[in-house]
Design a protein around this ligand. Sequence first.
Ligand code: EPU
Length: 299
Amino acid sequence: MPTLRAPAQEETGIKWIENAPLDGLNSMGLRATARLLASVASEKDLLRFLEWAKETGEKFVVLGGGTNVILGDPMLDFAILRLDGDFAKYVLEGNKITAGAAVPLARLAQEAVKAALTGLEEASYIPGTLGGALAGNAGTPQWQISDNVKWVEALDRKGQRRRFAAPEITFEYRRSTLAGWVITRACLALKTDRPENIAQRLEAAKVRRIGQPRGARSAGCIFKNPPGDTAGRLIDAAGLKGLRRGDAVVSRHHANFIVNEGNATGPEVIELIAEVRRRVLEQFNVSLETEVQILRSTT
Ligand code: EPU
């Protein structure tokens, strides 16, 4: 396997870590090592990183909050890019929030509530960053992030910056045409409302989360809901709660979650996902599609 080499730290202003452990950077707590982890704190650093990737031909993946990903192999043979610094800043002006891609979505939801703005109540319980939420059009059955998008700024892999107005982006259920771009910033449009109405919607969003595993290490819902049904209901009806591969277990609280009860590995989680799909297909003739992003080595 050829070595992924980072330039000297001082040459770029980018933080580079070779053979970086990613255990703390994914909500499932899966053990994995990235051959290279790069953190950029400004757009200037990001452009340098993209330049490096272009020159070396290295593949890279952007990791946001790590809350919707399965690190599928103990050794990932590509670079992982993280945004911080400037990308973790946000400003609230009138009824708009402009925020960097690294800001936690739930933080923006909190700020909106404090400012008596409605629109992000459902996001209060969604883990992960704004960038990740936009890439995958995060949401609940009641709301999705695309409902509030005014514009999104992103860079392509060659470093070309583009500002997409909302109608230029195709958002679908847990999917958007922004995937593949490095999302840097976005502006969300909200509306003013009476605090008691906002509080009521917050409470309703909280109640809908009651059946989900709390405090457990998971990547949120594993599968998309198939048309007219829900993955959780189907997996439960197939009797798969508690099914395990090593320490990866189908949650007993909510069947569309897989929890890491100890030292689960990426390959075990992937095996469990395959087994759940196989059994649901066999019993109900429904082919479940994953909503989590699965990262695997290419070699
Ligand atoms: N159900 C079962 N057994 C289970 C789990 C669910 O029978 O183990 C049944 C429930 O009784 C209910 C139906 O399945 O009738 C739907 O369950 P739930 O209300 O929990 O909603 P969901 O469709 O499973 C969706 C989103 C969640 C989001 C909740 C908030 C998807 C795939 N999931 O879950 O999003 O938090 O609504 O209401 O769209 C995520 O995207 O990571 C995620 C967790």
